[in-house]
Structure formats: C-alpha cells, structure tokens
Design a protein around this ligand. Structure first.
Ligand SMILES: C[S@@+](CC[C@H](N)C(=O)[O-])C[C@H]1O[C@@H](n2cnc3c(N)ncnc32)[C@H](O)[C@@H]1O
Ligand code: SF4
Length: 440
C-alpha cells in the first residue's frame, strides 16, 4: 500500500467500529477448530519466563453507552460470589499445569467490567486465593480497575490487603453533561470523592482514564477536562480516542438515520489527544505510549503493558478473557452458564483458539511495539533472527515519507503524528488476508 501524502493515510481511518488493536491476528480468525492446541501448550515443559495474569470481572453498575467490554448489570451479591468461586477454581486448574506452575508472576491485572463493584470480602478472597495458587513477589504489579461510584474506604482497605500497587479509575470526562449524555452513572463530584479515598491508600501508581471526543463533547469541554485531570496530579493519565464499536448502544444509535448527534471525527479526536499530550508534557508528564502519559516513566511504568506488548505469556481468567501462551492465543467462553459449567467439570472453559504462524508472531510483536512509539532492530533480531527494517522496508519508507516515522540504523521512531495513529499504522503490517477482515 502506498501512503503519501498523509491525507491518503488518514482516509483509511474507521468512522465507526473498532480502532484499538489489542492483539494480532484479529479475534475473528480464532476458532473452536484450533482449541486442541491449548492442552499440549499448558502441559509442555516448565519455563523460567515470567507470567502475567489477567482476571476479568464482568459486572457493572450500569452499562455505558459507548462500552464494548463484556459486562452485565444487576447481578446479585450471591451471583458475584459464585463467579469468584469459579475464577478460583479456574485458577486452580491452570496452577497445576506444568507450563504454568511455579512461574514468576510479573503482574496480576483485575479488569472489567468493574472489579471495584465486588464486595470487600470478595476482593480479599479472590486476591489472596489467586496469590496462593500463583505466588507473587515484591516486584509483582497488582493492578485494579475502579469506577468512581464504587470506591469506599473499606474497598481501599481490601485492595491494600491483597497488595494492589496500581489503581486505575475510569473518569472519562470532567463535564457532567457529557458524562450523562454518554450513559455514565457517575458525576464529577463522585470522581473527586473517590480520588481522595484512593489517594489516601498511597498506592505506588494511580491512573485515571479519559476519553477524547465522547458524543457531544466540544473542544472547550475537552480542554477543561484535561486541565482538571492535571490539577489532580495522578501518576498516570490514559487518554483513549472514543470508539463506537458494533456491540455498543452508541453504534446502534448512530446508525439510525434520524439520529441528530454526529460522532466526533477521527481528525478531531486525534487533535484532542494531541492537545492533551502537549498539556501534560508542559506540566512535566512524559508521553510513554500511544495512549498514556506518566509523571515518572520509571517509577510508574505499567508492567502489564510492557510484558504483553513485548510478547510475554499471559493467562486470562474469567468470562471472555483471552490468553497468550507460547505462540497460542485462546479465549474463554462468553456465556456465564457455559463458563461456569465447564469449570465445575474441571475443564478449561475455552471458546476459540489460534496457533500463530511464525510470520504472524513477528507481526504481532511488531504492531504491539508500535504502541510504545519505538521499535528496536536489535531486539527483534535477538528474538526472531529477522531484521525488521529490511522485512518491512516498503511500509516503513511510505510511513517515513508521510512524516509518521523516523528511521535510523538501529531504530524506528514514531513521530508524534505517527504515535497518534499507532493503531491505524498497525494495519499496514497485517498479512494481506487480514487487511479487510472484521476485528472481533
Ligand atoms: C473496563 S473500563 C475501566 C473501569 C471501569 N469499568 C470504568 O469504566 O470506570 C476500561 C476503560 O476503557 C475505556 N473505554 C471503554 N469503552 C471505550 C470506547 N468505546 N472508546 C474508547 N475507550 C473506551 C474507558 O476509558 C474505560 O475507563
Ligand atoms: S466503561 Fe466501565 S463502567 Fe462503563 S460499561 Fe464499560 S466496563 Fe462498565
């Protein structure tokens, strides 16, 4: 694909649908027919390589209009407790596998949904239970996602008791009208109260998530959101351009012909993220990835991202979670009943899998590395025996001519314009059969 000038490149942006790429090849290429690859992988010889754990908590107070994550509302405390039981049983199944047992745990990430919706005693039971099965050490990062309305002092105590090191709160906007119009259940005052409580917990890193270009957001509102985020001085600020994937309420609303609200354009969303990054840099933050700025890039480095984006093994537990082990991807069942029944029978609750070809492994790691804005030739040579500058020369040259990357003898750097387009740039490196394919 020839990409020059920049306008040609920007014309391949999605208007609606998925933008954020979390892995490769796309989920739509994973299938049940490849599930047989999982057993020999988890039963293979032990390794010294560190392992990360992702734990999915699929419960929310209310479904936000823009959200594409698998989560449900209205589950009772008993349902949630049963889900924690299942998670622990699933962890037990894997903890006995030769390829996984006894490995150094580099991170445990509690994501969702809303993990902070769990009751304090369930958080404790889950966290301590997992640590018994997969012992952590003083270097393990333990991350926990919270939503503002669910944070209480008691929950902060429970997070401390399981050794959480990083708390991340979904703020999205500091404008009550925008929050309401996009189906968020919280208000700005809830954010401020929750922020104080989390701050009192003195965690190693505190992150807040913002979303640029939510429906009806104007530039002034976004600028004010960025300023208010800076005023709070979190250790880390993550900024996502708003997407409208097909499984969201907003996607359906926007598809209706008589819908008067128009989505913010990708050009505008990128401009808003760019503005946020500039403001954050002026206040001493360092832009660390395509989506995040950190107060201290060493102290607040996000281990989960470093591990996963550098090709590390990750075991995903819980409904719909996906894992990546030794070149095999697999995803758990997305049905509560199926997930719980399989685990109760002592079986791995797998829905679909994908064994990666060596060309796909290289592309996977290359496009994940793009998100850091820097690709080291040596690192790929060491891991794959391939000079990526030669392998992808045509694509890199086009990107360089479009002002999106700078290439020197040892490294490829994404310029700021390039970093703001990291996920679209990634599409250029896909194998031809994956170029036009559905993502999920
Ligand atoms: C699992 S949620 C975070 C925790 C908690 N559930 C909350 O929302 O406060 C992860 C993050 O994904 C981001 N997100 C969700 N849907 C999005 C979308 N359609 N476009 C961009 N970012 C999105 C939000 O910033 C959200 O904070
Ligand atoms: S953004 Fe967070 S709170 Fe909203 S539905 Fe998604 S996971 Fe739940």
């Amino acid at each position: 694909m020839n990409l020059n000038p920049l306008d040609d490149f920007d014309s391949i942006q999605p208007s609606t649908g998925n933008y954020f790429i979390s892995t490769y090849p796309p989920f739509s290429t994973w299938s049940e027919s490849q599930n047989h690859f999982v057993k020999p992988t988890v039963d293979s010889a032990p390794t010294e390589e560190p392992l990360g754990l992702y734990i999915h908590i699929p419960f929310c107070l209310k479904k936000c209009d823009f959200c594409y994550y698998l989560s449900v509302t209205g589950k009772s405390a008993e349902d949630q407790s049963r889900y924690v039981d299942t998670l622990l049983s699933e962890a037990e199944i894997y903890a006995q596998k030769t390829y996984l047992s006894g490995r150094k745990i580099s991170f445990i990430y509690f994501g969702g949904g809303t993990p902070s919706l769990l009751k304090p005693n369930e958080i404790k039971r889950l966290g301590l239970g997992l640590k018994e099965l997969f012992p952590t050490n003083s270097e393990t990062e333990i991350s926990f996602e919270c939503s503002p309305k669910t944070v209480t002092d008691e929950k902060i105590d429970s997070l401390k008791s399981i050794g959480v090191t990083r708390v991340s709160m979904g703020v999205q906007s500091f404008d009550n009208e925008i929050l309401l119009k996009n189906g968020r259940v919280h208000k700005v005052e809830d954010v401020l109260k929750a922020y104080e409580k989390i701050k009192n917990g003195s965690f190693k890193c505190m992150n807040i998530d913002l979303m640029a270009g939510m429906l009806t957001e104007k530039w002034e509102s976004w600028n004010s959101t960025v300023q208010q985020a800076i005023k709070l001085q979190p250790d880390s600020i993550t900024v996502y351009p708003t997407e409208h994937p097909a499984n969201t309420k907003q996607y359906k609303d926007l598809s209706l012909e008589n819908e008067r609200v128009k989505p913010t354009s990708w050009i505008e969303k990128r401009d808003r993220v760019k503005h946020a990054f500039k403001q954050l840099e002026e206040q001493g933050y360092t832009v660390a990835t395509a989506y995040s700025a950190l107060k201290d890039p060493v102290k607040h480095q996000f281990k989960y991202q470093h591990h996963v984006w550098n090709g590390g093994d990750m075991l995903g537990l819980g409904l719909s979670s996906y894992s990546y082990l030794k070149g095999i991807h697999f995803q758990n069942s997305t049905s509560f009943t199926d997930y719980q029944e399989k685990v109760a029978l002592g079986r791995q609750p797998i829905k679909r899998a994908r064994s990666l070809l060596s060309s796909e492994l290289l592309i996977r790691e290359f496009i994940l590395a793009l998100k850091f804005g820097k690709i080291s030739k040596l690192s790929f040579l060491n891991r794959f025996g391939i000079d990526v500058l030669k392998e992808f020369w045509n694509e890199l040259l086009s990107l360089s001519q479009a002002g999106l990357v700078e290439i020197d003898d040892d490294e490829v750097h994404l310029t700021r314009e390039g970093l703001l387009r990291a996920d679209t740039i990634a599409l250029l490196f896909y194998l031809p059969e994956h170029q036009e394919i559905r993502y999920s």
